[in-house]
Ligand binder design. Structure first.
Ligand SMILES: Nc1nc2c(ncn2[C@@H]2O[C@H](COP(=O)(O)OP(=O)(O)OP(=O)(O)O)[C@@H](O)[C@H]2O)c(=O)[nH]1
Ligand SMILES: [Mg+2]
Length: 297
């Protein structure tokens, strides 16, 4: 039996849990044809947690952030049309784990081992939760009190809890492009003992939002190039280390905080899901993202 181990990475709020929950619902609840099926009689490990997320999504409630000590794992045996069995092990780690890796070069040993042993990486990016790089403003101070306020702002005192305009964005959901490149570099570094190319599928999540903002004609690679030029440059200049693919995925099909979208989702159900493979045909099959990722290993 072939065992495919997939590592999920992505900064906080990049769409990892939405993908896991929605994939489980698709496999377990829908009549949509998928490339991978649930093997009869096999249930995922950590079923209760997965079911909790899946229920939230079926009720169109937005997801809570995954906690640092919480590991949601989609570990189950799936099979393809030819009857090949694939033992899938996709851990959904909290985005904070990856922020710690970038900020402090800190990672749990077991997470590093999972990364090293994986056959492929799904690297999630949600552009709405990526902030713009900002220059640190030079304050022009009028009086002492003002000066103190501006100094606090620069040191991040006012912004730690997280709003969008600040310079320090530690515990909110936003990450900037340099931090994401840094994360990618750190992951490659952790795998540097392995001379093989690393299969990375860049998942541009919430593709429904991309289409709302940028139109339906843009393809995932073009979007990445336009929106995240630094990250894209890093990827294409490291083809000796990375085998990259760019995917557009709308695991939820719409914005759970937008009443009109929720109404549409209730009508369209699983048909609202969008999967845009690189150069391929759009489908609703979220398992397509997992299919063939470890090929050649
Ligand atoms: N519109 C839309 N929003 C999405 C989609 N997928 C995820 N989101 C939203 O993106 C936000 C983050 O999604 P999560 O799946 O919780 O992200 P995460 O990477 O698990 O975040 P952490 O647990 O904090 O690491 C949530 O508010 C989701 O509703 C999608 O397909 N479409
Ligand atoms: Mg999560």
């Amino acid at each position: 039996m072939q065992i495919t181990k997939i590592f999920m990475a992505g900064m906080p709020g990049s769409g990892k849990t939405a993908y896991i929950g929605s994939t489980w619902n698709l496999i377990a609840e829908s009549n949509i044809p998928t490339k991978l099926y649930k093997k009869v009689g096999s249930m995922p490990e950590n079923y209760r947690k997965l079911e909790e997320i899946s229920q939230q999504l079926l009720l169109y409630n937005d997801l809570k952030r995954t906690k640092e000590d919480e590991q949601i794992e989609l570990r189950m045996t799936l099979c393809d049309k030819q009857g090949n069995e694939i033992d899938l092990n996709i851990p959904d780690s909290a985005g904070e784990i990856f922020r710690d890796l970038v900020d402090d070069r800190r990672i749990k040993k077991e997470t590093a081992v999972r990364l090293r042993e994986s056959d492929g990486i799904l690297f999630f990016i949600y552009y709405k939760n990526m902030s713009r790089e900002v220059r640190i403003p030079v304050p022009v101070c009028e009086d002492k009190e003002d000066k103190k306020k501006k100094e606090d702002k620069i040191s991040g005192v006012q912004n730690c809890s997280g709003n969008s305009k600040g310079i320090t964005m530690n515990k909110n959901r936003e990450a900037n492009q340099s931090e994401v490149v840094e994360l990618l570099q750190a992951l490659l570094e952790l795998r540097s003992d392995n001379p093989e190319l690393v299969n990375i599928r860049f998942v541009l999540s919430a593709w429904d939002m991309v289409e709302k903002d940028y139109g339906k004609n843009i393809c995932p690679e073009e979007f990445m190039k336009k929106k995240f030029p630094l990250l894209y440059q890093f990827v294409i200049t490291n083809t000796d280390r990375i085998k990259a693919e760019f995917w557009g995925i709308s695991a939820l099909g719409g914005d759970l905080n937008d009443q009109e979208d929720v109404k549409r989702l209730q009508e369209e159900e699983f048909n609202a899901i969008k999967v845009l493979p690189p150069g391929g045909v759009q489908s609703n099959d979220l398992t397509d993202l997992l299919y063939g990722i470890g090929e050649g290993k």
